[in-house]
Design a protein around this ligand. Structure first.
Ligand SMILES: Nc1ncnc2c1ncn2[C@@H]1O[C@H](COP(=O)(O)OP(=O)(O)OP(=O)(O)O)[C@@H](O)[C@H]1O
Ligand SMILES: [Mg+2]
Length: 354
């Protein structure tokens, strides 16, 4: 079991018993300040010492791998291996032999027998990241391993017992994958028994400043910039941001600011944040590209700018789509009827054809 400690600067630190070897810096210095994070911490405390398999669900950058490592570090398996495998990063043809191993000559190129990740993690924890990307054939095999606790190498018929705690993670809604048949329902039910949901950072606003402080300390130390502080406008900008990339995004923002800002007081200009949600859904690159041209037209004081731009847009889309009205309407985000109205007005189709 591990204990919670509050550091002098107010951060919550997770500590393991003295008899355990020290954990990596990051695992002992996770930030859990917001009530939502504290609830998560309690759930982790419950799950860590049990041998239950755990499914970690969370958007990108919410700390799934860190939490998986931490569950391992706080379990009785901490002196044994922790192996992280990204299921989405292995070529589909290699997944089976990577996970379950293969015998010599099992396939072209299998020059010698090789243990898979399950055998390598024996006694410890195997973290299967992006579990939703596991090909269907391997999903059946994984289910079997979880139930029987034994693996069969490719090219062999012999079962090898394995003692592995399996922690899986996903940043997509697996229910959706189950519904569309991309993920086996039986496997889903099996892995989600002990699930841990990591809320996005925008739903745990109380963590933002403690995390900023945490990364200022971490990178400040590494970069020899310990004196760096945040100006009030920078603090406000960080609090107002919605953090689509979650904790990783925040970490990068702080790191970049420390690397690029000259002074010891970081201002709003030093923290480079991604665009707010509204601008993102408007496809910021399109808006940004057009803004320059519009500014030039405003300066030239062009009359009826809206009408002219609309006409140009309609003409271009219609021509671009080779006269296909359905396609052009879709591209412009308007109905076919509205498009026809414009085309008729522009004399591009006979008015009666509307
Ligand atoms: N509670 C936390 N306290 C401090 N640092 C954290 C915390 N959670 C995550 N981090 C840090 O944020 C970064 C992203 O975490 P991690 O890689 O575990 O996210 P992830 O959910 O696995 O992301 P992805 O889905 O993109 O793989 C890491 O550098 C990690 O150390
Ligand atoms: Mg990850």
């Amino acid at each position: 079991m591990f204990t919670m400690e509050t550091a002098p600067d107010g951060r919550v630190l997770l500590r393991r018993p003295d008899d355990a070897p020290p954990a990596p810096v990051r695992a002992t210095a996770m930030v859990f300040e917001d009530p939502a994070s504290r609830a998560l911490l309690r759930r982790m405390e419950q799950l860590a010492p049990t041998d239950a398999d755990v499914l970690i669900i969370g958007e990108t950058g919410t700390g799934k791998e860190l939490v998986a490592r931490h569950l391992h570090d706080c379990s009785g398996r901490r002196h044994r291996p922790f192996i992280a495998v990204n299921c989405g990063a292995i070529a589909e043809t290699l997944v089976e032999s990577e996970l379950f191993g293969h015998e010599k000559g099992a396939f072209t190129g299998a020059l010698s027998a090789k243990a898979g990740w399950f055998e390598a993690a024996d006694g410890g924890t195997l973290f299967l990241d992006e579990i939703g990307d596991l090909p269907p054939a391997q999903q059946v095999k994984l289910l079997r391993v979880l139930q029987e606790r034994e693996v069969v190498r490719v090219g062999s018929r012999r079962s090898i017992p394995v003692d592995v705690r399996v922690i899986t993670a996903t940043n997509v809604k697996l229910e959706e994958a189950v519904r569309t048949g991309r993920f086996r329902q039986d496997l889903y039910y099996r892995i989600k028994v002990g699930s841990l949901i990591l809320p996005p950072l925008r739903d745990r606003p109380g963590d933002v400043l403690p995390l900023v402080d945490h990364f200022l300390t971490l990178y400040g130390r590494r970069l020899g910039r310990r004196a760096v502080r945040l100006a009030p406008d920078a603090v406000q900008a960080l609090l107002d941001h919605d953090w689509p990339g979650n904790i990783r995004e925040l970490e990068n923002v702080v790191h970049t600011a420390l690397v690029t800002a000259a002074g010891d007081m970081l201002t709003r200009a030093d923290v480079q944040l991604s665009l707010p949600v509204d601008a993102r859904t408007e496809q910021p690159c399109v808006a940004a590209a057009l803004r320059g041209s519009f500014n030039a037209l405003f300066e030239a004081d062009v009359p009826d700018l809206f009408g002219r731009v609309t006409d140009a847009l309609v003409r271009s889309a219609y021509e671009y789509c080779g006269g296909n009205q359905v396609q052009a309407a879709k591209m412009l985000g308007i109905s076919r009827n509205v498009l026809r109205g414009h085309l008729a007005r522009l004399g591009m189709i006979p008015a009666r054809n509307r």
